[in-house]
Design a binder for this molecule. Structure first.
Ligand code: A2P
Length: 272
């Protein structure tokens, strides 16, 4: 039998393995029956770059269970934000989806990842291509002033199956545009392109099809991908990464990494 409970932060401290922190949940917003956002306290000792991920966890059947989660809040923020899928029998998310303010989560202190500005060579326009919860690292990056220092134009694309799954994207774009710290940089530079694949909407289709057909560029009024000017960051399912990466490579962009910056970077979105 699976024992399912979400422990209060103070009770979790005694169960934390050595070196693992316990952070307190401060808010939870359920977007759909498949998606939710939550925020936690941030330990002073946690350093990360916008776009990186950390390991978070809960005790499941008495043992800590961790999964990689992109930090959705920017590096300067006081709290940590996460955007998660809910899988009914997902090993972690079946429990995590029940958390409430005051509950605790385990947090491993080390942040890492390739969806960081440092892994891109200088350019003029950056595309952030996301599907589903793959938008999370970009929620961090579009709220980081450094993104607007480095690029003249920031295009966030988000594709989901259904319209109600796009809402988190609209929320974070609005937060970025209205933020006292980043708002003035984001205004005039940040653009948001949202599409769905399984119901009618103003913009429809997989991002890969929208790139191949040129519709994405026509809708945005920008020229096709150009390795001199454009940079890309991709986050979604493995298949989405593979297909989007092939299109960027066909346009002449090459993949970068932390130790060898390039014209685009990729990372698999968390899946349970
Ligand atoms: P589709 O509805 O055509 O499968 P998921 O929730 O399965 O990760 O999907 C999120 C979004 O990503 C959906 O809109 C889905 O479209 C799209 N998608 C799935 N696979 C790919 C792929 N290989 N390339 C581009 N988009 C994809």
């Amino acid at each position: 039998m699976t024992i399912s409970f979400t422990p209060r932060a103070e009770d979790l401290v005694a169960m934390a393995p050595e070196g693992v922190l316990v952070e307190t949940v401060t808010s939870v917003d359920h977007y759909t029956d498949r998606l939710f956002r939550f925020r936690t306290t941030r330990p002073a000792s946690l350093r990360f770059r916008s776009g990186e991920f950390v390991m978070i966890g809960l005790p499941v059947n008495g043992k800590p269970l961790y999964r990689a989660y992109s930090v959705a809040s920017p590096a300067w923020a006081e709290e940590l934000e996460f955007f998660s899928i809910k899988v009914p029998d997902g090993p972690l998310t079946s429990h995590l989806q029940k958390i409430r303010p005051g509950d605790g989560i385990f947090l491993r202190k080390k942040a890492t990842g390739t969806l960081v500005l440092d892994a891109l060579t200088p350019g003029k326009r950056v595309y952030m291509f996301s599907t589903g919860t793959g938008i999370a690292p970009f929620a961090s990056l579009i709220r980081d002033p450094e993104t607007y220092e480095k690029f003249d134009e920031v295009i966030l694309t988000h594709t989901c199956r259904q319209v109600d799954e796009l809402k988190y994207g609209f929320d974070i774009v609005s937060e970025a545009l209205n933020d006292p710290l980043v708002g003035e940089f984001a205004q005039g530079k940040l653009r948001h392109y949202a599409s769905v694949t399984r119901e009618p909407y103003e913009f429809q289709g997989r991002i890969t099809d929208l790139i191949s057909s040129g519709k994405l560029f026509a809708d945005l009024g920008v020229p096709p991908l150009n390795p001199e000017i454009d940079r890309g960051m991709i986050c979604g399912s493995l298949e989405m990464l593979k297909d989007t990466k092939a299109l960027l490579e066909a346009a002449g962009l090459s993949e970068g990494a932390n130790n060898a910056p390039g014209q685009f970077v990729t990372e698999k979105a968390f899946a349970d």
